[in-house]
Design a protein around this ligand. Structure first.
Ligand code: GLC
Length: 404
């Protein structure tokens, strides 16, 4: 199979235009709308061969920004069908997702410089990151909170079992019910983040905050390029503050752990969240060496025959087989975590280990196609078909030779 050609073809097939807004759906049948971090992945991939579409994707994503700066995690461009459940507002979801937009915009610009495009989206970008820093960190501790597991992009990850009061063997149906209840509670408190977080679900998630740090840096590059001194100062200052707070509040025993609630109770569930900080260079080289060798490359925890498990094999919640035909973040391999880890490994100079993740990703696609996720032990595909995240291998294949 010519993976590069297939990946490019899939992104073209999944392209849609509604009311003049062009975007890419993650999967034709399962996910027929626009999703936040998915669109950022699409833009990063499209930047290689179709920068105009990459621009269109990000413009559409920002077109439904809320007045308070939030960018919703789903835009229901085509009315009629509802995805899973209603999110308490019309036309979009009421939540956000890992804030990859500035990173994606800077990546697109890095490949095809376009000052006019950057200038056109800059106010929306700045207002989104200001929203996260100001509204999602009401106590000024420099860690941004998520108000629902879906905001992490890892909807049913066991990292969130304790704050949701979910059992380790909860069914996907029951898990969804808990998240629906959370949406109802958030709707009742009008998505006033401070109030909602304090009362229901307030997690300082490691991947989310890591992604924020790296995106604030990207926003800093954009602001500097556009000569917006204030924005550059805001972005760089907060990138540093969040990175430092992560080390102070979320780092223990050589690893980063997410935390919950006002008192930062650590959520001691071993997931790929340990490796996310590599993406933003948050471990020292010595800490990284330990994490890579004692965790990432350990077959008894994360290093599976077919990729990196999203949950350690040692966790009671670990379920490699997923849920029937559905997706699961309770163990299966997903391409986005592979991509973040890949980039993180390159950042620290682990070229051989990164190349292995790229090779495993390509092998999975050749074996099982562009599926949503994969059984780490058998390589079997799970969840949606024709799922776009597999196209991230294009970026891995490209980055191995160039950017880092
Ligand atoms: C699933 C994933 C989420 C993704 C969405 C669309 O819900 O958990 O991360 O954004 O599908 O692909």
């Amino acid at each position: 199979m010519d993976i590069a050609r297939e990946a490019q073809k899939l992104l073209e097939e999944n392209r849609r235009t509604t009311d003049g807004h062009q975007y890419t759906v993650p999967s034709k049948e399962h996910y027929p709308y626009q999703w936040l971090w998915d669109s950022c992945f699409h833009a990063i991939i499209l930047a290689q061969f179709d920068p105009e579409s990459a621009h269109a994707e990000l413009r559409s994503l920002l077109s439904k920004q809320f007045k308070n700066g939030m960018v919703p995690h789903i835009i229901y461009w085509a009315p009629g069908i509802l995805h899973l459940f209603s999110w308490g507002v019309e036309g979009t979801s009421s939540l956000t997702q890992p804030p990859m937009i500035a990173y994606a915009a800077w990546e697109v610009h890095r490949r095809s410089p376009d000052q006019v495009f950057l200038e056109s989206i800059y106010p929306a970008l700045l207002s989104y990151y200001r929203f996260l820093i100001e509204k999602r960190d009401p106590r000024d501790h420099h860690l941004v909170g998520i108000i629902n597991p879906d905001e992490s992009g890892e909807d049913n990850s066991p990292r969130f079992d304790a704050p949701l009061s979910a059992a380790h063997d909860i069914s996907s149906h029951d898990h969804l019910e808990l998240r629906k209840k959370l949406i109802d509670a958030n709707t009742a408190c009008k998505f006033d983040a401070e109030l909602c977080m304090r009362n229901y679900f307030w997690v300082k998630d490691v991947p989310f905050n890591t992604i924020l740090v790296e995106n604030l840096r990207a926003l800093g590059h954009i602001a500097s390029f556009l000569k917006h001194g204030d924005g550059e100062h805001f972005a760089n200052l907060h990138a540093e503050l969040v990175a430092n707070a992560m080390h102070e509040f979320l780092f223990a025993d050589g690893l980063y752990w997410s935390a919950s609630g006002i008192d930062y109770s650590p959520l001691r569930v071993a997931t790929w969240g340990h490796f996310a900080p590599l993406f933003a260079g948050l471990y020292t080289p010595e800490e990284a060496e330990r994490v890579v060798h004692t965790q990432l490359l350990d077959p008894e925890t994360f290093y599976a025959p077919f990729g990196i498990r999203t949950v350690s094999k040692q966790e009671r919640a670990y379920r490699p087989e997923g849920y029937g035909n559905g997706f699961s973040w309770r163990g299966p391999v997903w391409m986005a975590p592979h991509w973040f880890i890949y980039r993180g490994l390159l950042r620290y100079g682990y070229k051989k280990e990164a190349a292995e993740i790229c090779a495993k990703s390509v092998a999975l696609l050749e074996r099982s196609g562009f599926r949503e996720c994969f059984n780490p032990e058998t390589g079997e595909g799970q969840g949606a078909h024709g799922f776009t995240w597999g196209a991230l291998v294009l970026d891995m294949l490209d980055a191995s030779g160039t950017s880092q």
